[in-house]
Design a protein around this ligand. Sequence first.
Ligand SMILES: Cc1cc2nc3c(=O)[nH]c(=O)nc-3n(C[C@H](O)[C@H](O)[C@H](O)COP(=O)(O)OP(=O)(O)OC[C@H]3O[C@@H](n4cnc5c(N)ncnc54)[C@H](O)[C@@H]3O)c2cc1C
Length: 571
Amino acid sequence: MKEKYIKTDVLVIGGGGAGLRAAIEAASYNGVKTCAVSKSIMGSGNTRMSTGNFCVAIDPPDSTEIHFADTIRGGAYINNQKLARTIIENGPEQLMALERYGSLFRRGGEFLDRLEGEARGGHSHPRGRGPIGEGLGIIRTLSTEAIRLGIESFEETMVTRLLLDKKGNVAGATAIDIRDGTFLVFNARAVILAAGGGGQIYLYSTNSTLNTGDGYALAYRAGAELIDMEMVQFMPFCFAYPGSQKGRMLGEAGHYGPKAKLLNKEGERFMAKYDPKRLERATRDIVSRSIFLEIIEGRGTDHNAVWLDNREGREGLGFFKDRYPIMYKRSRDFYGLEAAEWLNSFEVMPAVHYFMGGVRVENYRSNIERLYVIGENAGGAHGGNRLGGNSMLELMVSGALAGREAARASKELDLPALENGQIRSEKDRITRLLTGEDKGEDPYKVVEKIKKLSWEKAGLVRNGKALREGIEEIEGLREKMGEISLSNRSLTYNLELKAALEAENMLDVSAMVFRSALTRRESRGAHYRSDFPKRNDAEWLKNIIVFMDEGKMKIKSGDVELTYLRPEEMD
Ligand SMILES: Cc1cc2nc3c(=O)[nH]c(=O)nc-3n(C[C@H](O)[C@H](O)[C@H](O)COP(=O)(O)OP(=O)(O)OC[C@H]3O[C@@H](n4cnc5c(N)ncnc54)[C@H](O)[C@@H]3O)c2cc1C
């Protein structure tokens, strides 16, 4: 296996929206050398697939205070309020930065002088700003700017381990170039982790196949703390069939206009039972859980779904086609023209969409010195449930902030010394997979089992018994994983090797979700326990924190810092 050493000031791990934004900011800082690494091409990941909706409060009577209160209420009061305030206050500047780089958000008003605002579940004002070209448009803009700045990029390169110096500060990372198997060692003054979320640990997800939670596992193994990993968001409307599309996104009520109705197989508008005031416009956690409950109680369709009926809302179809061309075309291709044109109702089911949990940060700095974590990889800003359009906001603000801070810090720091032992042991781990005796489980099968397990036992409705069983099954899989060696020994485009490395990450992430979910003995936000169905502020106005201690996963909890708002003032 060839080896290559690269020295840089700032290393960015992840080439999605957050990573690109951070790399641009760092590289713009007075001669700072910036390298960006992506498991696929630059620009890959969820940002590229998103509708790009970006929430900012700029039209009175809306205000940043109201946006902040909506975000905390939506997050069921366990948000890191300082982070939430940071992203909301800096959002308008970062939306304008995107326009400076070349993106364009939709305008309206008499002189096309106002940014249009769309409604989104849980937001009390229409503040979702739609970029032309959706998420792909944003990614194209950021990628072009990164190329213009001459950022050195490493594509199809999977980071496998964060490296620490003698003092335990981050010093770089190892990676494998999937194209030819070169083992890369990055030595950096500062590292920004932006490897996205972990939706792929679940069977059905709206996420890109790259989102296997690598960033969470890398940070965890390096000694970072992770927060509220039990908080996994489901998108309420997703394809229920065909198999290849199951779980792909069809959106939420905000995308379909005020007349969209959800019906069970008996034709009942069931949201009236679960959230009589907001109905289908309730937050994603409530709508997703309500759909799921209808299905498991036997009122679902033959495809284990419910009906989305928007026949009365057809005046909004032109708007929908214009704003969400990908969702429109996909529903036309897979559900047929009548469904796509809202002449008939069509089937929808919830699927995993977003991780509110992630690496615990203050101002996007982790507890490991010089390691910044941003975008969906970071946890805390959204608490127990993220509002639509608040992720685009976070990835742009956190990217800009961490990029600038990392660049500034790198100017004042010496290049940290790498520890050879860590590099050797990581290379040995990969070599063992490629040269060991051919035994143990097929990594693709391990991946399949993790997905099924997470879906069935840590999904929309959880209970202590299933969670405990899940934890045992994960440990069983981990033992089998330890024996894996691969049937494909090639160094060229070895996707089996990539799958095995991902499977190890997914096991850690799944264990974090299960253990955190078992610890939180209440229901809050996206986390619903049928054995503890009520929110319990007296005992659980807390964050659940996962970390590694002497090689073992440990859990603790800490009181939420109610920096600005308290639940009793808001409910
Ligand atoms: C279908 C869909 C629609 C959405 N619509 C919206 C919306 O309208 N508004 C909104 O606010 N949010 C939306 N979201 C959520 C939002 O898109 C994501 O939360 C956000 O894009 C995450 O950005 P990111 O940069 O953190 O991660 P990503 O964009 O997912 O990028 C992750 C990057 O990390 C890289 N990577 C992963 N592992 C490794 C590794 N081991 N080594 C090297 N690189 C690695 C990947 O290659 C990728 O480049 C949507 C999500 C989906 C899936």
